[in-house]
Design a protein around this ligand. Structure first.
Ligand SMILES: N[C@@H](CCC(=O)N[C@@H](CS)C(=O)NCC(=O)O)C(=O)O
Length: 102
């Protein structure tokens, strides 16, 4: 029984370390220059993230509207911190503040 608990803890710790349940999500699309800035920062900081494809007219735009109240991209969701934000410069500043040494 103890070994089961130990293994469960290891799995939970491992998944947290790899940020599986708490991965950042970026609503974006390929040709958006503001999204490209944010993707570049995520790459620079070596942050894994979920890229939600949200070109104009896509289904993800509806989700974006529901989550943030606007259809603008880029839009970052940080489930771990319970934060979400628009504006590429604000997102970049947020990433630098919270994730630059992770
Ligand atoms: N100031 C914003 C500008 C973002 C912006 O203009 N995004 C465009 C796409 S490149 C957008 O979402 N436009 C509304 C739309 O596509 O419906 C930022 O820096 O993030």
């Amino acid at each position: 029984m103890e070994i089961v608990g130990f293994l469960l803890c290891q799995i939970i710790l491992l998944s947290r370390k790899n940020r599986l349940p708490f991965m950042l999500e970026l609503y974006q699309f390929e040709s958006c220059p503001y999204c490209a800035k944010v993707r570049a920062k995520l790459t620079e900081l070596e942050i894994d993230y979920i890229a939600r494809s949200a070109p104009p007219g896509s289904k993800q735009r509806e989700t974006l509207q529901e989550l943030g109240g606007q259809q603008q991209v880029p839009f970052l969701v940080d489930p771990e911190m319970g934060e979400s934000l628009y504006e590429s410069d604000d997102i970049i500043a947020y990433l630098e503040e919270h994730y630059s040494n992770k």
